[in-house]
Design a binder for this molecule. Sequence first.
Ligand SMILES: NC(=O)c1ccc[n+]([C@@H]2O[C@H](COP(=O)([O-])OP(=O)(O)OC[C@H]3O[C@@H](n4cnc5c(N)ncnc54)[C@H](O)[C@@H]3O)[C@@H](O)[C@H]2O)c1
Length: 260
Amino acid sequence: MSDRLRGKVAIVSGAARGMGAATCRRFVEQGARVLVTDVVEEEGELLAKELGASAAFARLDVAREADWTRVVEDATARFGKVDVLVNNAGVLRAVPLPNMTEEIYREVIDVNQIGVFLGMKAVVGAMVAAGGGSIVNISSIDGHQGTPTLVAYVAAKYAVRGMTRVAALELARAGIRVNTVCPGATRTRMMDCPDMAGIDIEGLSARMAPLGRIGEAHEIADAALFLASDESSYITGTDIVVDGGAISGVGVEMFSQVPS
Ligand SMILES: NC(=O)c1ccc[n+]([C@@H]2O[C@H](COP(=O)([O-])OP(=O)(O)OC[C@H]3O[C@@H](n4cnc5c(N)ncnc54)[C@H](O)[C@@H]3O)[C@@H](O)[C@H]2O)c1
């Protein structure tokens, strides 16, 4: 199937790398036109070039409302409308609570939480004009559980799930659906975060996820694709967890020791 998003126009934030880039690739493969946006300009431009006439790049710092206004205008001017927003941009800082500075905390909240709020707010007018739309917010399994050292990240990812529910309720009658994708550990540059240097993320993921391995960016993109497409037309205000079973798998190690 190659037309699951035929005729749709999407904006993807944090799209130069990782899951955002994988999402842009999937969306274009499936017939969408995509505005690739990021603060990383060179890689974003290269991706848009690789994707051809169905894509363009625009600089977007998700924490700046003026950037969002410009990007929505840009998408509408280039492609005629906006049907889909994937609020994907994110940063990770892993710092134990006593050492967490207000500056780092605010930096994580600015991008991961305020960025999602500003993105949703910015696209509503264009989506109403298009007759409806789909907003996909990338939260995390850290929006479902506490994780040591991630006080700011966890707070932001819980907030994304909460905001998603509010937006879903407010926007349903306008035909705008709002959902989250909650990835578990996924192989992207985020996993190379200097705060986590030396940690064997792949090995730990293999043990923690019942499916026995780390996730791949295209597996997150596939969930975003489903939520962006009309295949999910009766789904709003909910989460799709894409984590190899990790958050369902508490106790897997202990109980797998029970003799058979
Ligand atoms: N990789 C994982 O294991 C994992 C797990 C759960 C959730 N997530 C979430 O998935 C999303 C994508 O992360 P990823 O793993 O692809 O990471 P990544 O680091 O590969 O990509 C994140 C992108 O966001 C961009 N970005 C950072 N700050 C920005 C800003 N202010 N404005 C616009 N863009 C900005 C970066 O330039 C980068 O291109 C994030 O929201 C992240 O929190 C990742």
